[in-house]
Design a protein around this ligand. Structure first.
Ligand code: ADP
Ligand code: MG
Length: 332
């Protein structure tokens, strides 16, 4: 409640009652909100600032008419993010409910993922069991299959911060009394407890299509018969761009299983070199108890040559994903 008083008021968002800040970005803030008209229930609102702030203007009191700052978010980019999200309909992808803009802001009204970022769950649990990792990564892969095979879209920013979830269980820690009719806007305090079993961690959803790109559109797909005239560089280009998501999927899977990313260095130039060479290891002792099959799958994703890297269908067909491998340990 005390938290709510600190939430800013944005022009043109009168319909929505902001209840909590969910995310913080360089140019966007994401809030949990409730529809005062009761149509949509709870949503997430991504507020994207159009202009850079002056230091003196502070964080949130940018007057709509003040345009001193440089444009930070190109209109075309936001419209692209919106138009890509509008054509998507998949249980593992955050849905766009509405899009509006004011002089100084864009607003994306999004399906709420009350569990927040997968990232926080990795931090909380240190790492995921193989079963929980499979449960999570399979859902991400299902969304990627839909994007790559059905929609011709590459996400290009797959990472734990952009993987959100709808939790399977909510464990209240406070407000244990049932809500009365007057407590409508009271938010229960508690924790979402992920676990293997009935619902695993819950439903995983891919968010943030800010960097995504359409590689082919339903409407521009040439009718059967003329497909054969497509140049090889176009075909290859399409394959390469999809493979960036597969690399990222490998990084996410690696991180889920052991709790730290495959590539890391304090120096950006050293890190860049490590990535370029695909220099990673299944570091002992952290990887000692993780199955060979899981390592095999990771290594098919963290393959430098995009031609040899697994595509989404090879990924989904791997024995570790299908759960058909023996639960043998890597060690001994
Ligand atoms: P950015 O382009 O600034 O990274 P994102 O779309 O990734 O913007 O949103 C930033 C953060 O806000 C996310 O990492 C997540 O923590 C939170 N967030 C975004 N969308 C939602 C949502 N639908 N439900 C819950 N939290 C969200
Ligand atoms: Mg993001």
């Amino acid at each position: 409640k005390a938290n709510r008083e600190k939430l800013p008021r944005y022009p043109g968002l009168d319909r929505w009652i902001l209840t909590q800040k969910m995310g913080d970005g360089a140019f966007s803030n994401v809030y949990r909100a409730r529809d005062s008209q009761g149509v949509y229930g709870e949503v997430a609102i991504k507020v994207v600032r159009k202009y850079e702030l002056n230091a003196s203007q502070g964080d949130k009191h940018l007057h709509p008419d003040v345009k001193k700052g440089n444009k930070v978010v190109e209109r075309a980019n936001i419209l692209k993010e919106v138009s890509i999200m509008r054509r998507l309909d998949h249980p593992n992808i955050v849905k766009l409910i509405d899009f509006t803009e004011e002089k100084a802001y864009y607003y994306l009204i999004l399906e709420l993922c009350p569990g927040g970022e997968l990232f926080h769950q990795i931090v909380r649990l240190t790492y995921f069991s193989e079963d929980l990792s499979r449960h999570v990564i399979t859902q991400v892969a299902e969304a990627l299959k839909y994007l790559h095979d059905e929609k011709g879209i590459v996400h290009r920013d797959i990472k734990p911060e952009n993987l959100l979830f709808y939790p399977s269980q909510f464990i209240p820690t406070k407000n244990l009394k049932p809500k009365g009719p007057d407590d409508e806007d009271k938010v229960d305090e508690g924790e979402f407890i992920p676990g293997v079993g009935a619902g695993g961690i819950g439903q995983i959803k891919i968010a943030d299509f800010g960097l995504s790109k359409i590689i082919w559109e339903d409407t521009t797909v040439t009718p059967c018969g003329t497909v054969g005239y497509t140049a090889p560089e176009i075909v290859k280009d399409e394959r390469y761009s999809k493979s960036v998501d597969m690399w990222a999927l490998g990084c996410v899977l690696y991180t889920l299983l052991c709790g730290f990313p495959p590539f890391y260095d304090e120096s950006i130039s050293v890190l860049t070199e490590k990535v370029a060479r695909g220099q990673y290891t299944f570091l002992s002792p952290w990887w000692d108890d993780i199955s060979k099959s899981a390592q095999d799958l990771v290594s098919h994703l963290l393959t430098v040559d995009p031609e040899k890297r697994y595509d989404i269908n090879q990924f989904l067909a791997h024995p570790w994903i299908r759960g058909t491998t023996e639960p043998t340990k890597a060690a001994n």
